[in-house]
Every structure is written in structure tokens, then in C-alpha cells.
Design a binder for this molecule. Sequence first.
Ligand SMILES: [Zn+2]
Ligand SMILES: [Zn+2]
Ligand SMILES: [Zn+2]
Length: 126
Amino acid sequence: MPTVSLSFLNRGKVKQVCRVCHAIAELKTERLCADCARIKAQILVRFAEAARGTIAIPAEQQCHRTGCSCAACDGRTVDPHQLYLFDLARAERREIHFHPRCHELWIEAVTGLVARPDRGIDIGQG
Ligand SMILES: [Zn+2]
Ligand SMILES: [Zn+2]
Ligand SMILES: [Zn+2]
């Protein structure tokens, strides 16, 4: 894991590297770019039960199909990606596909952990 040094940047509205997709952007919450922040929020809404821990998360699998619909951002997949097969009690079996980027956000959403908590960068008081 490379460490990016941002010490040369001045204060104020600077562009930084999103810690999930590594795009250079003005970061929103949790050092995520606007895209990632939106996707994570979407995951928390769509999979609220998983995020709360009320349903079990099945083992992660690899999907090698292309053109799957990502459950987080609704985009189409082009590369091998992660797949979960939910066996919901009464409902039918449900396949959930994630882009690798969206999968990182999914993990954060369901574990409640941030891969690299990096606080105190833009508190913005003063
Ligand atoms: Zn991002
Ligand atoms: Zn797939
Ligand atoms: Zn996606």
C-alpha cells in the first residue's frame, strides 16, 4: 500500500486523492470523493439491514461475467468483480454484484469500519 504524502498542499479548497477510488477530487466526508460518498450512502440505504447486522452476509465470491448491474451504483461491470449470494429466509435467492470500488465501500458500510481512518484533516472550524 503506497503512502501518499499530501504535505505539500496548502490549506483551503484543495484537491486530494480519494482513499477508495484514488481519483483526484475535492473530498467529501471520510476522505471520499463525491462519487464514493454517494455510493456509500446508497449502500447504507439499500442494504440497511446488512449494515445494521440484522442479516448475515454470505461469503464473498468472484463473478467473471461482464455487464452485471452493480448493486451499489447501478453501473455495468466490465472486469471480474465481487458477488454475494444472499439466501433470504422467505424471499428468493438474491445475487448482489459490486464493482471492486463499490465493494470496498460495501465492506466499510457493513463492517462500520473505515479502511484508513484519517481524521483531523478538514474539520473546518476556524
Ligand atoms: Zn472516490
Ligand atoms: Zn457479476
Ligand atoms: Zn458500482
